[in-house]
Write a protein that binds this ligand. Structure first.
Ligand code: APR
Length: 179
């Protein structure tokens, strides 16, 4: 666990749908109509209310984020963001992945949320290399916290589903100084 600008950053291994936080972030696709992976788990566990809310929104461009009810989930909200598909790294993938984290946190702050849980966006079906994604994710979250004073955030949890991501995130977090 590390503290950055007064906000706790931590890594846990597990199922993000079980997290009791204000918002869990979903690794969605541009249609917002659900899918496999964490998207599937959130819609399955959260129930049809989430999909209804997503249909009313109508879609989400890559790198952007939208917020809906969390339905039957323990969380209060789901922030749906659409990560880039990895195409070799020369197609603006890192900038788009960073904007997923930045825009999700911006939405959380706008809704005065305190606790937010992220999955490892784009590192499953979208094939983003795990180590590159972990570095970009944590670096972008740290940058956001250091440049957005007076915000509501108190705790950000990186929820890793596989041991490889858990190890990667923990190693990066361990190297961060408390700031
Ligand atoms: N809790 C936490 N993390 C999970 C869970 C879960 N229940 N299920 C899967 N994951 C992890 C995966 O192991 C991976 O590390 O989430 C990470 C992101 O993988 P995906 O869910 O495949 O998301 P992504 O790579 O961003 O691809 C998005 O997949 O499910 C579809 O509709 C989605 O088209 C979109 C695409």
């Amino acid at each position: 666990m590390k503290q950055i600008a007064g906000v706790l950053l931590e890594v846990v291994q597990g199922d993000i749908t079980k997290m009791e936080v204000d918002a869990i972030v979903n690794a969605a696709n541009t249609s917002l109509l659900g899918g496999g992976g964490v998207d599937g788990a959130i819609h399955r566990t959260g129930g049809p209310e989430i999909l209804e809310a997503c249909k009313r929104i109508g879609g989400c461009p890559v790198g952007e984020a939208v917020i809906t009810t969390a339905g039957k989930l323990k969380a209060k909200f789901v922030i749906h963001t659409v990560g880039p598909i990895w195409r070799g790294g020369e197609n603006n993938e890192e900038a788009l992945l960073r904007s997923c984290y930045r825009n999700s946190l911006q939405l959380a702050v706008e809704h005065r949320l305190h606790h937010v849980a992220f999955p490892n966006i784009s590192t499953g079906v979208y094939c983003y290399p795990k180590e590159l994604a972990a570095k970009a994710a944590i670096d972008e979250v740290v940058k956001f916290l250091q440049t957005n004073p007076k915000r509501s955030l108190e705790r950000i949890v990186f929820v890793c589903y596989e041991p490889e991501n858990t190890r990667l995130y923990q190693d990066i977090l361990d190297k961060l100084e408390n700031r």
